[in-house]
Design a protein around this ligand. Structure first.
Ligand code: C2E
Ligand code: CA
Ligand code: CA
Length: 534
């Protein structure tokens, strides 16, 4: 029982492990996979953002050199006209004009303001190649707006800092553009904390955060960099799809694995263990199939047949008897069948001294006198005569064993008739069979099946019957299913029959009732069967 419990809990644990393990692994792999995809995608986005920053800067430079191209005095109509063209042609340039002596001079939008004394402070940054940069310069046109201004040779262009960071992105990931030499924040997406983005820049994007991933990129040609950010685990909503794919794989693998484990456990471990448990708990039943005299249909005895119902399902004895034989359980099983049979049929046997029951035994039961001794000990004092308990053994179970010859002789000497079961399906020659002393042959159902058919195999049955006659033993035909078969067998001198034509195997109580009815009907049926049917 303890062994069985351990077995069951072990199989449950293994089943769970087999089922949940791969799913957990799948989820883990899926999350790692999604994370690396997220990060890769974010790095690509940072590269795009840095390209935009370069593009805006180079437009400003190109605009400045266009302004330089027209000669003549500062703020001449020609030069103002050229400035207007530059503003119109360069998408990111908002205004273009001239300055001098720390003052704005003119631009197409401002007009000539050289006399108005509007100050332009010294630049925030001077590049090595002669560009001046004002990172957040208030425009004379607005009180609130601060643009990036880039100047050279007395010309300047104004660029809306938003141009650096307004990439079209469905995921709306924020961007910060940074001047690398000074570490100045040039532009940032609205609503994002500049300190946080500058911090991420400082650490190359390698910031521990439960909420965000960061990535940085740097221009190869200008001292420009960007920082981008995206929420952890949901870039572009790809994650659920990835998870679903991996989960499906996990479930299929788990199901396959679980099924294999389950099959292995139920087939190899648990079945014999469960059978052992059932025998120990005596959860095995015995039913009885009548054997009738063919001449008059009267029941002369029964065959005890073992039955096992597991979880509401009847297991075929062909299956579990074999399992019992292969797992050293057949002796306890035979003992249990004997014990139940004697307990259930004792009154019937004692009241009808000519009535008998046959018990099926296996090779192991015939390998020693153990079962015979047990049988005789059980009979002592019951009033049952030895010839009322008979044994059935197949040819295969006692051929080739010298010891079984002695054991069979001992059964007969003790008064128990011995039957050869499934006669005709073994491989023994008649000469060999003659060396065995037995009392009855049971012709196998497969031959009885053929007797009223006009098939080639039907010629075997008469031959087998002839063999039995030659051995000078009585014959029981197994598996009789029709009146025609019964008549055919009777005509050829077969004395007894057993089969569904007469009765199926039944429980002891039902048997007692059936025998009462059978006695009344036996005579009637015998006369019906003797009508020529072939
Ligand atoms: P068996 O000893 O040849 O038993 C006869 C089988 O044929 C039984 O099947 C019986 O129910 C079935 N049978 C009887 N009449 C008919 C019929 O007219 N038509 C058909 N189609 N079948 C019929 P069962 O009970 O399933 O037993 C199968 C085998 O299991 C037995 O074959 C026997 O070899 C083994 N067995 C049964 N009980 C025991 C037992 O207590 N101990 C041992 N060692 N083996 C047993
Ligand atoms: Ca049998
Ligand atoms: Ca048989």
């Amino acid at each position: 029982m303890i062994k069985r419990l351990t077995l069951i809990s072990a199989s449950i644990a293994l089943g769970c492990l087999a089922t949940i393990g791969p799913v957990l692994i799948s989820v883990y792999v899926a999350s790692k996979d999604a994370e690396s995809r997220d990060r890769e995608e974010l790095r690509e986005f940072a590269n795009k953002a840095v390209m935009r920053a370069e593009l805006v800067t180079y437009q400003a430079f190109a605009a400045l050199s266009d302004l330089d191209r027209i000669p003549g005095p500062v703020c001449s109509p020609d030069r103002l006209h050229q400035a207007a063209r530059v503003v119109y042609n360069y998408r990111y340039v908002q205004d273009a004009g001239a300055y001098g002596d720390g003052h704005y001079l003119c631009s197409p939008l401002l007009g000539d303001i050289s006399t108005k004394n509007i100050a332009l402070p010294p630049p925030d940054y001077r590049s090595a190649d002669g560009y001046l940069v004002w990172f957040r310069q208030k425009s004379p046109l607005s009180d609130v707006r601060k643009d990036i201004q880039i100047g050279r040779n007395g010309n300047y262009v104004s660029v809306d800092s938003g141009s650096y960071v307004d990439l079209i992105d469905p995921a709306r990931r924020p961007i910060a553009a940074i001047q690398i030499t000074t570490g100045t924040l040039m532009a940032i997406s609205p609503g994002v904390d500049p300190a946080e983005m500058l911090d991420a820049w400082k650490y190359g994007g390698d910031v521990k955060s439960d909420q965000w991933y960061y990535a940085v990129a740097q221009s190869a040609t200008r001292p420009l960099g960007v920082v981008v950010r995206s929420p952890r685990g949901s870039v572009l909503g790809d994650w659920p799809k990835v998870l679903a794919t991996w989960l499906a794989v996990g479930v299929v693998v788990a199901a396959a694995f679980g099924w294999l484990v389950y099959r292995r456990i139920t087939r190899q471990l648990s079945f014999p263990a469960t059978l052992e448990w059932a025998i120990a708990r005596r959860k095995i039943d015995v039913v009885y199939q009548p054997v009738v005299r063919l001449a008059d249909g009267e029941c002369v005895g029964v065959e005890a047949l073992v039955r096992w119902t597991l979880n509401g399902r009847a297991i075929s004895p062909d299956v579990f008897v074999r399992v019992a034989e292969d797992n050293r359980l057949i002796q306890p099983l035979t003992d249990l069948v004997l014990e139940k049979t004697l307990a259930q049929l004792v009154s019937l046997l004692v009241a009808n001294p000519a009535f008998y029951v046959t018990i099926n035994v296996s090779a192991e039961d015939l390998s020693s006198l153990r079962f015979l001794n047990r049988l005789d000990a059980s009979l002592a004092g019951t009033g049952i005569a030895p010839q009322q308990i008979r044994i059935e053994a197949t040819e295969r179970s006692f051929m080739n064993h010298d010891t079984t010859r002695g054991v069979i002789a001992a059964f007969r000497a003790a008064g128990h008739p011995v039957y050869i079961d499934d006669f005709g399906t073994g491989y023994s020659s008649l000469a060999y069979l003659q060396t065995f002393e037995v009392d009855v042959l049971k012709i196998d159902k497969s031959f009885v099946d053929t007797v009223v058919q006009e098939s080639a195999s039907s010629v075997v049955a008469p031959h087998i019957i002839a063999m039995a006659h030659e051995l000078n033993v009585e014959i029981v035909a197994e598996g009789v299913e029709s009146a025609a078969q019964a008549a055919w067998l009777r005509e050829r001198g077969v004395q007894y029959g057993q089969g569904w034509y007469y009765a199926k195997a039944m429980a002891a109580q039902e048997l007692v009732r059936w025998i009462g009815q059978n006695r009344a009907q036996a005579h009637t049926r015998a006369s019906a069967d003797s009508q020529p049917t072939l």
